[in-house]
Write a protein that binds this ligand. Structure first.
Ligand code: NAD
Length: 260
Protein backbone atom coordinates (compact mmCIF):
# COMPACT_ATOMS: atom_id res chain seq x y z
CA UNK A 1 0.00 0.00 0.00
CA UNK A 2 1.52 3.28 -1.14
CA UNK A 3 -0.91 5.73 0.44
CA UNK A 4 0.85 8.84 1.73
CA UNK A 5 3.67 8.23 -0.72
CA UNK A 6 4.38 10.68 -3.53
CA UNK A 7 5.40 9.26 -6.88
CA UNK A 8 6.99 11.37 -9.62
CA UNK A 9 6.88 9.63 -12.97
CA UNK A 10 8.70 11.46 -15.73
CA UNK A 11 7.25 11.21 -19.23
CA UNK A 12 3.92 10.02 -17.85
CA UNK A 13 1.62 11.68 -20.38
CA UNK A 14 1.74 8.57 -22.57
CA UNK A 15 2.95 5.00 -22.95
CA UNK A 16 4.85 3.22 -20.20
CA UNK A 17 4.98 6.27 -17.91
CA UNK A 18 1.22 6.71 -18.00
CA UNK A 19 0.73 3.02 -17.22
CA UNK A 20 3.11 3.35 -14.25
CA UNK A 21 1.11 6.38 -13.03
CA UNK A 22 -2.11 4.33 -13.09
CA UNK A 23 -0.55 1.34 -11.34
CA UNK A 24 0.97 3.41 -8.53
CA UNK A 25 -2.17 5.54 -8.11
CA UNK A 26 -4.22 2.35 -7.85
CA UNK A 27 -1.91 1.34 -4.99
CA UNK A 28 -2.67 4.66 -3.29
CA UNK A 29 0.26 6.91 -4.20
CA UNK A 30 -0.19 10.58 -4.99
CA UNK A 31 0.99 11.19 -8.53
CA UNK A 32 3.11 13.85 -10.16
CA UNK A 33 2.64 13.71 -13.92
CA UNK A 34 5.25 15.08 -16.31
CA UNK A 35 5.68 15.04 -20.07
CA UNK A 36 4.53 16.80 -23.20
CA UNK A 37 1.18 16.76 -24.95
CA UNK A 38 -2.12 18.53 -25.41
CA UNK A 39 -2.97 20.56 -22.28
CA UNK A 40 -6.64 19.50 -22.23
CA UNK A 41 -5.77 15.85 -22.68
CA UNK A 42 -3.20 16.02 -19.86
CA UNK A 43 -5.74 17.71 -17.56
CA UNK A 44 -8.21 14.92 -18.42
CA UNK A 45 -5.58 12.31 -17.48
CA UNK A 46 -4.85 14.14 -14.20
CA UNK A 47 -8.52 14.37 -13.22
CA UNK A 48 -9.14 10.77 -14.21
CA UNK A 49 -6.32 9.63 -11.88
CA UNK A 50 -7.68 11.70 -8.98
CA UNK A 51 -11.27 10.56 -9.48
CA UNK A 52 -10.59 6.90 -10.19
CA UNK A 53 -8.11 6.22 -7.39
CA UNK A 54 -9.02 8.93 -4.84
CA UNK A 55 -5.46 10.24 -4.72
CA UNK A 56 -3.97 13.67 -5.35
CA UNK A 57 -2.32 14.36 -8.67
CA UNK A 58 -0.53 17.36 -10.13
CA UNK A 59 0.99 18.01 -13.53
CA UNK A 60 4.56 19.30 -13.54
CA UNK A 61 5.18 20.80 -16.95
CA UNK A 62 8.98 20.88 -17.22
CA UNK A 63 11.40 20.05 -20.02
CA UNK A 64 13.77 17.38 -18.72
CA UNK A 65 16.40 18.21 -21.30
CA UNK A 66 17.17 21.25 -19.16
CA UNK A 67 18.80 20.70 -15.74
CA UNK A 68 17.49 24.06 -14.47
CA UNK A 69 13.93 22.99 -15.24
CA UNK A 70 14.50 19.66 -13.47
CA UNK A 71 15.59 21.58 -10.38
CA UNK A 72 12.47 23.76 -10.62
CA UNK A 73 10.30 20.67 -11.03
CA UNK A 74 11.61 19.05 -7.86
CA UNK A 75 11.20 22.34 -5.95
CA UNK A 76 7.62 22.51 -7.25
CA UNK A 77 6.91 18.97 -5.99
CA UNK A 78 8.63 19.62 -2.66
CA UNK A 79 6.46 22.70 -2.16
CA UNK A 80 3.23 20.87 -3.04
CA UNK A 81 3.80 17.47 -1.46
CA UNK A 82 6.87 17.79 0.78
CA UNK A 83 9.08 15.57 -1.36
CA UNK A 84 9.33 12.68 -3.80
CA UNK A 85 9.24 9.19 -2.24
CA UNK A 86 9.09 7.21 -5.47
CA UNK A 87 10.94 8.44 -8.54
CA UNK A 88 10.37 6.72 -11.86
CA UNK A 89 12.74 8.02 -14.51
CA UNK A 90 10.85 7.09 -17.62
CA UNK A 91 10.96 9.97 -20.14
CA UNK A 92 12.94 8.96 -23.18
CA UNK A 93 13.33 9.29 -26.91
CA UNK A 94 14.78 7.41 -29.84
CA UNK A 95 16.25 8.15 -33.25
CA UNK A 96 17.14 5.35 -35.65
CA UNK A 97 19.92 5.89 -38.17
CA UNK A 98 23.55 4.81 -38.73
CA UNK A 99 26.11 6.71 -36.67
CA UNK A 100 27.61 8.55 -39.63
CA UNK A 101 24.17 10.00 -40.44
CA UNK A 102 23.10 10.60 -36.84
CA UNK A 103 22.60 14.36 -36.38
CA UNK A 104 24.92 15.67 -33.69
CA UNK A 105 22.17 17.58 -31.93
CA UNK A 106 20.11 14.38 -31.84
CA UNK A 107 22.92 12.64 -29.99
CA UNK A 108 23.04 15.52 -27.48
CA UNK A 109 19.27 15.48 -27.00
CA UNK A 110 19.01 11.73 -26.47
CA UNK A 111 21.84 11.73 -23.95
CA UNK A 112 20.32 14.76 -22.16
CA UNK A 113 16.86 13.21 -21.87
CA UNK A 114 17.55 9.48 -21.54
CA UNK A 115 20.62 9.69 -19.30
CA UNK A 116 21.47 13.11 -17.85
CA UNK A 117 17.91 13.85 -16.72
CA UNK A 118 18.10 10.72 -14.54
CA UNK A 119 21.27 12.03 -12.89
CA UNK A 120 19.60 15.35 -12.07
CA UNK A 121 16.25 14.01 -10.84
CA UNK A 122 18.06 11.53 -8.59
CA UNK A 123 20.46 14.18 -7.30
CA UNK A 124 17.61 16.49 -6.34
CA UNK A 125 15.22 13.84 -4.98
CA UNK A 126 17.58 11.84 -2.84
CA UNK A 127 18.02 14.23 0.13
CA UNK A 128 14.31 13.87 1.00
CA UNK A 129 14.44 10.08 0.61
CA UNK A 130 17.50 9.84 2.86
CA UNK A 131 15.85 12.02 5.49
CA UNK A 132 12.86 9.66 5.54
CA UNK A 133 15.13 6.62 5.23
CA UNK A 134 12.77 5.31 2.59
CA UNK A 135 12.77 5.76 -1.15
CA UNK A 136 12.42 3.96 -4.42
CA UNK A 137 14.25 5.03 -7.56
CA UNK A 138 13.26 3.11 -10.66
CA UNK A 139 14.94 3.92 -13.94
CA UNK A 140 13.21 2.72 -17.09
CA UNK A 141 16.25 1.65 -19.09
CA UNK A 142 15.76 -0.87 -21.91
CA UNK A 143 17.07 -4.16 -23.21
CA UNK A 144 19.32 -1.69 -25.03
CA UNK A 145 20.95 -1.04 -21.66
CA UNK A 146 22.28 -4.61 -21.84
CA UNK A 147 22.66 -5.42 -25.52
CA UNK A 148 22.99 -3.39 -28.70
CA UNK A 149 21.17 -3.04 -32.00
CA UNK A 150 22.37 -1.29 -35.14
CA UNK A 151 21.43 2.33 -35.90
CA UNK A 152 20.74 3.31 -32.29
CA UNK A 153 24.11 4.64 -31.08
CA UNK A 154 22.89 7.47 -28.80
CA UNK A 155 20.00 5.43 -27.41
CA UNK A 156 22.08 2.33 -26.64
CA UNK A 157 24.85 4.47 -25.11
CA UNK A 158 22.31 6.34 -22.96
CA UNK A 159 20.60 3.18 -21.73
CA UNK A 160 23.89 1.44 -20.89
CA UNK A 161 24.72 4.62 -18.97
CA UNK A 162 21.42 4.45 -17.07
CA UNK A 163 22.29 0.96 -15.82
CA UNK A 164 25.70 2.17 -14.62
CA UNK A 165 24.11 5.14 -12.86
CA UNK A 166 21.56 2.80 -11.27
CA UNK A 167 24.31 0.65 -9.76
CA UNK A 168 26.20 3.62 -8.30
CA UNK A 169 23.10 5.09 -6.67
CA UNK A 170 22.18 1.66 -5.30
CA UNK A 171 25.64 1.23 -3.76
CA UNK A 172 25.80 4.73 -2.30
CA UNK A 173 22.52 4.06 -0.48
CA UNK A 174 22.93 0.37 0.24
CA UNK A 175 22.75 0.86 4.00
CA UNK A 176 19.61 2.96 3.82
CA UNK A 177 15.97 2.34 2.99
CA UNK A 178 16.50 3.90 -0.43
CA UNK A 179 16.81 1.44 -3.31
CA UNK A 180 17.64 2.12 -6.92
CA UNK A 181 16.93 -0.32 -9.74
CA UNK A 182 16.31 -0.36 -13.46
CA UNK A 183 13.65 -2.03 -15.56
CA UNK A 184 14.63 -3.12 -19.06
CA UNK A 185 11.63 -3.47 -21.35
CA UNK A 186 11.72 -5.19 -24.72
CA UNK A 187 9.22 -4.04 -27.38
CA UNK A 188 6.21 -2.32 -25.82
CA UNK A 189 3.63 -0.99 -28.26
CA UNK A 190 3.78 2.75 -27.46
CA UNK A 191 4.15 5.89 -29.61
CA UNK A 192 7.93 5.46 -29.48
CA UNK A 193 7.70 2.03 -31.11
CA UNK A 194 4.80 2.88 -33.42
CA UNK A 195 7.13 5.32 -35.18
CA UNK A 196 9.66 2.53 -35.74
CA UNK A 197 6.97 0.16 -37.03
CA UNK A 198 5.67 2.82 -39.41
CA UNK A 199 9.19 3.40 -40.75
CA UNK A 200 9.75 -0.34 -41.18
CA UNK A 201 6.43 -0.95 -42.95
CA UNK A 202 7.05 2.02 -45.21
CA UNK A 203 10.51 0.70 -46.10
CA UNK A 204 9.20 -2.81 -46.81
CA UNK A 205 5.90 -1.61 -48.29
CA UNK A 206 3.79 -3.62 -45.84
CA UNK A 207 0.87 -2.90 -43.51
CA UNK A 208 1.39 -1.68 -39.94
CA UNK A 209 0.37 -5.15 -38.64
CA UNK A 210 2.93 -6.87 -40.85
CA UNK A 211 5.53 -4.31 -39.76
CA UNK A 212 4.75 -5.03 -36.11
CA UNK A 213 5.13 -8.79 -36.67
CA UNK A 214 8.43 -8.23 -38.48
CA UNK A 215 9.74 -6.11 -35.60
CA UNK A 216 8.84 -8.81 -33.05
CA UNK A 217 10.31 -11.57 -35.19
CA UNK A 218 13.61 -9.78 -35.38
CA UNK A 219 14.18 -9.54 -31.61
CA UNK A 220 11.46 -10.72 -29.25
CA UNK A 221 11.23 -14.54 -28.85
CA UNK A 222 7.71 -14.42 -27.35
CA UNK A 223 6.49 -12.75 -30.57
CA UNK A 224 4.27 -10.63 -28.31
CA UNK A 225 4.51 -7.04 -27.24
CA UNK A 226 5.08 -6.39 -23.54
CA UNK A 227 2.06 -4.52 -22.17
CA UNK A 228 2.73 -1.12 -20.54
CA UNK A 229 0.83 -2.33 -17.43
CA UNK A 230 3.38 -5.12 -17.02
CA UNK A 231 6.11 -2.51 -16.62
CA UNK A 232 3.88 -0.67 -14.12
CA UNK A 233 3.38 -3.87 -12.10
CA UNK A 234 7.14 -4.53 -12.07
CA UNK A 235 7.70 -1.01 -10.76
CA UNK A 236 5.02 -1.58 -8.11
CA UNK A 237 6.80 -4.73 -6.96
CA UNK A 238 10.07 -2.78 -6.65
CA UNK A 239 8.20 -0.35 -4.39
CA UNK A 240 7.12 -3.14 -2.06
CA UNK A 241 8.79 -4.23 1.16
CA UNK A 242 9.54 -7.61 -0.44
CA UNK A 243 11.85 -5.81 -2.85
CA UNK A 244 13.75 -3.80 -0.23
CA UNK A 245 16.94 -5.82 -0.76
CA UNK A 246 16.84 -5.70 -4.54
CA UNK A 247 19.53 -3.08 -5.16
CA UNK A 248 21.30 -2.06 -8.33
CA UNK A 249 19.47 -4.66 -10.40
CA UNK A 250 18.34 -4.27 -14.01
CA UNK A 251 15.25 -6.41 -14.52
CA UNK A 252 14.34 -7.44 -18.06
CA UNK A 253 10.68 -7.57 -19.04
CA UNK A 254 11.40 -8.43 -22.63
CA UNK A 255 9.69 -11.60 -23.88
CA UNK A 256 13.07 -13.35 -23.82
CA UNK A 257 15.01 -10.84 -25.95
CA UNK A 258 18.17 -10.81 -23.82
CA UNK A 259 18.08 -14.58 -23.13
CA UNK A 260 19.29 -15.36 -26.63
P1 NAD B 1 6.42 7.46 -25.29
O1 NAD B 1 6.97 8.22 -26.45
O2 NAD B 1 5.03 6.98 -25.31
O3 NAD B 1 6.63 8.30 -23.94
C1 NAD B 1 7.68 9.19 -23.74
C2 NAD B 1 7.26 10.21 -22.70
O4 NAD B 1 8.35 11.12 -22.47
C3 NAD B 1 6.08 11.08 -23.13
O5 NAD B 1 5.25 11.32 -22.02
C4 NAD B 1 6.75 12.37 -23.58
O6 NAD B 1 5.90 13.51 -23.51
C5 NAD B 1 7.86 12.46 -22.56
N1 NAD B 1 8.93 13.36 -22.97
C6 NAD B 1 9.58 13.42 -24.17
N2 NAD B 1 10.50 14.40 -24.15
C7 NAD B 1 10.43 14.98 -22.92
C8 NAD B 1 11.13 16.06 -22.29
N3 NAD B 1 12.09 16.73 -22.93
N4 NAD B 1 10.79 16.38 -21.02
C9 NAD B 1 9.82 15.71 -20.36
N5 NAD B 1 9.13 14.69 -20.90
C10 NAD B 1 9.45 14.33 -22.17
O7 NAD B 1 7.45 6.25 -25.12
P2 NAD B 1 7.47 4.95 -24.19
O8 NAD B 1 7.69 3.82 -25.09
O9 NAD B 1 6.40 4.92 -23.21
O10 NAD B 1 8.88 5.20 -23.46
C11 NAD B 1 9.06 5.37 -22.09
C12 NAD B 1 10.45 4.89 -21.71
O11 NAD B 1 10.55 3.48 -21.92
C13 NAD B 1 11.59 5.54 -22.50
O12 NAD B 1 12.67 5.83 -21.64
C14 NAD B 1 11.97 4.44 -23.47
O13 NAD B 1 13.30 4.54 -23.88
C15 NAD B 1 11.72 3.21 -22.64
N6 NAD B 1 11.56 1.98 -23.41
C16 NAD B 1 10.51 1.83 -24.25
C17 NAD B 1 10.38 0.65 -24.97
C18 NAD B 1 9.25 0.38 -25.91
O14 NAD B 1 9.25 -0.66 -26.58
N7 NAD B 1 8.24 1.22 -26.00
C19 NAD B 1 11.35 -0.36 -24.82
C20 NAD B 1 12.39 -0.16 -23.95
C21 NAD B 1 12.49 1.01 -23.24
Amino acid sequence: NLSNKVALITGSTSGIGLACAHTLAKAGANIVLNGFGDANEIERIRQNIENTYKVKSIYANYNLMKPTEIKQMIEHVNKTFGGVDILINNAGMQHVTPIEDMPEDMYEKIIALNLSSNFYTIKYCIPHMKKRNWGRIINIASVHGKVASVNKAPYVASKHGVIGLTKVVALENAQTGVTCNAICPGWVLTDLIKKQIEALSQKNNTTFEEGAKALLKEKQPSQQFVRPEQIGETALFLCSDSASEIRGEAICVDGGWVAI
